[in-house]
Write a protein that binds this ligand. Structure first.
Ligand SMILES: C[S@@+](CC[C@H](N)C(=O)[O-])C[C@H]1O[C@@H](n2cnc3c(N)ncnc32)[C@H](O)[C@@H]1O
Length: 227
């Protein structure tokens, strides 16, 4: 199936609310688990001078999990949608996480140099972010600017199904009882996503081929490594 990009930023109030209210806890926890597993594998520990950036953090569910798991490490979530960050800030005050903050940053502007890169991270994570970018090289370009040398990368995203029929089936299977707007967005995301082969080429073209990309299950691939 040919890729159909979707709007980059998620700003429509009903869309933002439906996304923020949805339960993605199973998938969200996988990002934390993958980071834990990778740190163990390479024998690295995180300390209080380290910075973890959650790229395109949305309502902050994953950034919060990370901040709770590593309470002595600084965690910053960045997103270009004020509406999403409002949701993240609201959840933050409910949960009193004091090592977590959010910044409104449009990520293409970092890649193009329109805005100066405000951080250098020790760990970069993202979930369901890459497929939002109309030009994926901008995503990878921004990440190169945002990471320190030997930065750890954990990125997770949807895999584009082979056909429109399959995309429809996957949507019905995984979001059967969800609100209509969430199902519509999920379907659009499946159509906007990349295949593992496409991501492999993107990483090569961006000079990031040291990162490993692999299929996790029917829905997701992960990209893991250190550059
Ligand atoms: C599907 S949500 C994922 C949110 C979060 N990572 C999660 O897994 O719950 C995609 C997020 O990417 C953000 N986004 C998309 N394109 C962006 C860009 N160019 N700059 C900054 N944020 C962007 C959207 O605003 C949205 O919050």
């Amino acid at each position: 199936m040919k890729r159909t990009p979707e709007p980059e930023l998620m700003q429509i109030p009903s869309q933002v609310r439906a996304y923020a209210d949805a339960d993605f806890s199973k998938s969200d926890s996988m990002v934390v688990k993958s980071l834990e597993k990778y740190l163990k594998k390479v024998g690295r520990t995180l300390n209080k001078t380290d910075l973890i950036l959650d790229i395109a953090c949305g309502p902050g569910n994953i950034a919060q999990r990370i901040a709770k798991n590593w309470p002595y490490v600084n965690v910053v979530g960045i997103d270009g949608s004020k509406e999403m960050l409002n949701e993240a800030e609201n959840k933050l005050s409910e949960n009193l996480t004091n090592n977590l903050s959010y910044q409104l940053i449009e990520i293409n502007s970092i890649a193009t140099g329109e805005i100066h890169c405000p951080f250098k991270a020790d760990v970069l994570v993202s979930n369901s972010a890459l497929h939002h970018f109309h030009d994926p090289s901008r995503f990878w370009g921004a990440l190169k600017k945002l990471g320190k040398t030997k930065c750890i990368h954990i990125h997770r995203d949807l895999i584009r199904p082979i056909s429109a029929k399959k995309a429809f089936e996957i949507k019905e299977k995984h979001l059967s009882n969800s609100p209509k707007i969430l199902k519509k967005d999920f379907h659009a995301s499946l159509k906007a996503s990349f295949t593992v082969d496409e991501v492999t080429h993107q990483l090569f073209d961006s000079g990031l081929s040291q990162l490993e990309v692999f299929q996790v299950d029917e829905l997701y691939f992960e990209i893991i490594g250190c550059i």
